[in-house]
Write a protein that binds this ligand. Structure first.
Ligand code: ADP
Ligand code: MG
Length: 697
């Protein structure tokens, strides 16, 4: 039996390890620097580096790497060995404080969205000591942020850390007003629930579309999908269970708090949820989780698909970003309390989130956008593209009472005066939990449900933290100059509800009628990546990020470009893959099978002219029509692709992909899928949906 407490974090240079291995004064200096967000003194860094290296060598490390998160959304690493030559011609294993704290990296091949044109190609990585170093694959991994020499962020971690600092600063102002003198810092916490598909590797290898694009570009609907709901929370198949066990153990070694695992709605779909932690650590851990999910699958003859929509007509995969704020004294600021004082504070933070989501709907939408997630959001799956907040009946009723200065139908009929009365109790995790809401309050945290399964959680949290920081800053400005705090607080909460209640919505988000209602309230419906991305550059958004020091205008522009570029590249690869599959596999297969059926008819006729050949004739007719359709749609796609270059400008190119290429791809897919239902399975070049989805026993 594995001793899990012993296994947990065994490959992490964590606090306990540091305490055990660092001289007391160095340990204290390091903790203080981390707490106050200060640069580490080089002498201290040298001692930490040596201790870290010695520990890593014991864990089998030969190399170290500054591990960073470029704007590709995945992680990057460059490995350096610890070896250092000495005079005798031998080497020693060496690692200095300088090497720990800062690394140089050639940034030229990472997307920089134009930043490269104005600044040097080289970038540097800077240690993020708030996220622990760890050993994996005989390498010491040092979590870092990645910047250009001009100081611009070339990664997702730098702005994430900046946004955490911004919300910390503003939340502290609010907490001071409430007299919380024991609090020194506020951190945002995140628990990302990760969905994924597991399929057999042998089946995967026969699907070029999965290999090149992560999703199936063709595939007729199988006779059985998820309609029986027999997979959701069903018992785990032995291969899947063995995979999950190993995944848990590997994650635990790296200090990732993997907690829950279960089957999801679609066949072959599963979920892993960790226990929440500080946002930047949760982001690092989610990256490790995705990486290990893929790697460990290989050891089990499986492939893990993290694409948002691997199979048309089957539920796609998302990621739920559970988010809250917590003080260093251990108080969850989105947890309703027991005293009037705690309640008032809770309501104020709740209102800050409500207003932030309302005012920055566009940024939240952008933060989950991408070619893959476009198949889910706004396409009748998961949450709709339009952002709204679900609070639940009880909390809604409370807010309504506050809004109208009316009495809430609580145990005793009292008119709620914030800061004076206790909030009526309401059940935390009610069964009426709305699964269709993009942004739901779930008792003591918000759950942002629109994220795609493959994306980093960094960007959604950058947006959320910064938007909430902005509202808190405005709240603090107002309250700090109020002559009567309680009255000002009451009015602020009431007025915020009045002004921003349009974002609150308890109905079913799938219903077309409800979408129209939300649009009628003036909420933004931005169904696709191309629709939402231009909002990035709105003046209010540029102002927001600049004010809180999270992103400069040049950094926003670069992110906007990289995002658009990525969208175009994904669609380009998908279209090219479709054309190749059509020409090289699908049409030859249709033709071969047609010949086979013709041959059958000919031999039947020569055997006896009286034999009935209606089946063969019908199939040959249908197949011939299909083949003609495939050729025609394939040519249409080819012709459309030639037009991409003439679209002029990146945004126009993206629009062209959305408006011209995607519909043409869909038309081609429709005829090919039709052909798949006609061709004998042993002639069809690819494993079908049934075989893929039910491949793992
Ligand atoms: P479900 O959404 O499936 O009902 P839970 O409500 O138990 O599951 O929690 C889902 C996720 O929310 C878990 O990853 C959990 O750690 C996380 N979570 C719980 N509390 C917080 C919090 N205060 N801040 C951020 N995430 C949290
Ligand atoms: Mg959830």
């Amino acid at each position: 039996m594995t001793n899990i407490p012993e296994l947990f974090g065994s490959m992490v240079f964590d606090d306990a390890t540091m305490q055990a291995r660092l001289p007391k004064d160095v340990y204290r200096a390091m903790k203080t620097a981390v707490r106050d967000n200060k640069r580490l003194d080089i002498n201290v860094a040298n001692v930490v580096a040596t201790a870290m290296k010695n520990w890593a060598l014991e864990k089998g490390a030969t190399h170290y790497t500054h591990w960073f998160q470029p704007m590709t959304g995945i992680t990057a690493e460059k490995h350096d060995s610890f070896i250092s030559p000495i005079e005798s011609g031998k080497v020693i294993m060496d690692f200095s404080g300088k090497e720990l704290v800062r690394g140089e990296s050639d940034a030229s091949s990472f997307p920089s969205g134009g930043l490269r044109a104005t600044f040097e190609a080289r970038g540097y990585t800077a240690w993020d000591p708030t996220s622990n170093a760890f050993v994996k694959d005989n390498t010491l991994f040092i979590p870092t942020a990645f910047c250009s020499y001009g100081g611009e962020a070339l990664d997702k971690k730098t702005p994430l850390l900046r946004s955490m600092e911004a919300i910390n600063h503003q939340a502290m102002r609010i907490l001071k007003l409430f007299g919380n003198d024991d609090v020194h810092s506020v951190k945002t916490t995140v628990g990302p629930e990760q969905e994924y598909f597991l399929i057999d590797e042998e089946v995967y290898r026969r699907r070029p579309d999965l290999i090149y694009t992560g999703r199936t570009l063709f595939g007729a609907k199988p006779p059985k999908g998820q309609e029986l709901d027999d997979h959701y929370f069903g018992s785990l198949k032995p291969r899947v269970a063995a995979y999950m066990k190993e995944l848990d153990e590997e994650l635990w070694k790296l200090g990732v708090l993997a907690k829950t695992k279960h089957n999801e709605a679609a066949p072959a779909q599963h979920e892993l949820a960790p226990i929440f932690t500080t946002t930047n650590i949760a982001t690092d851990h989610n990256q490790l989780t995705m990486e290990l999910m893929k790697k460990i699958a290989q050891r089990h003859g499986l492939v893990c698909l993290l694409h948002e929509k691997p199979f048309q007509g089957v539920n796609g995969s998302g990621k739920h970003n559970n988010w809250s704020l917590s003080t260093d004294s251990g108080v969850n600021l989105l947890e309703p309390g027991d005293t009037p004082h705690e309640n008032a504070q809770f309501l104020l933070f709740l209102c800050a989130v409500i207003r932030a989501v309302d005012e920055y709907q566009d940024l939240l939408r952008i933060s989950v956008a991408g070619a893959g997630n476009d198949h889910r959001l706004g396409a009748h799956e998961a949450p709709p593209a339009i952002v709204s907040i679900f609070l639940g009946d009880e909390l809604n009723a409370i807010l309504e009472a506050i809004e109208n200065d009316a009495s809430y139908d609580a145990p005793e009929q009292v008119q709620m005066k914030i800061g004076v009365h206790v909030l009526p109790r309401f059940p935390k995790d009610t069964t009426d939990r709305n699964r269709t809401s993009p942004f739901a309050f779930t008792g003591n945290k918000f759950e942002f449900r629109s994220l795609g399964s493959s994306a980093s959680v960094a960007t959604p949290n950058i947006m959320l933290n910064t938007a909430v920081a902005e509202v808190l800053s405005d709240f603090a400005d107002q309250l700090e100059k109020a002559s009567c705090f309680t009255t000002a607080l009451h009015d602020l909460i009431r007025d915020t509800i009045r002004k921003h209640k349009r974002i609150l919505f308890n109905g079913n988000g799938y219903d077309e009628k409800n979408i129209r209602e939300l649009e009628g309230r003036g909420l933004l419906n931005l169904p696709t990546t191309v629709d939402c991305l231009p909002h990035y550059l709105k003046e209010k958004n540029i102002r927001l990020f600049a004010k809180h020091g999270v992103l400069m205008e040049s950094e926003i522009r670069s992110r906007y470009e990289i995002h658009l570029e990525n969208y175009c590249k994904v669609l380009n690869i998908e279209a090219l893959t479709m054309m190749e599959m059509t020409k090289r596999d699908i049409l030859p297969a249709v033709s071969e099978y047609t010949k086979k059926v013709c041959d059958a008819a000919i031999s039947k006729r020569s055997f006896s002219p009286a034999l009935d050949c209606r089946f063969e004739e019908k199939i040959v007719n249908l197949l011939s029509a299909c083949a003609a359709g495939i050729v025609e749609k394939g040519e249409a796609l080819e012709a459309a692709m030639e037009g991409v270059q003439n679209a002029g400008g990146l945004l126009n190119q993206a629009i062209y992909y959305k408006e011209q290429i995607i519909p043409t791809m869909n038309a081609l897919r429709a005829v090919v899928d039709e052909a798949e239902t006609l061709v004998a399975s042993k002639y069809w070049p690819y494993p079908g949906y049934g075989e893929i989805l039910f491949s793992v026993k």
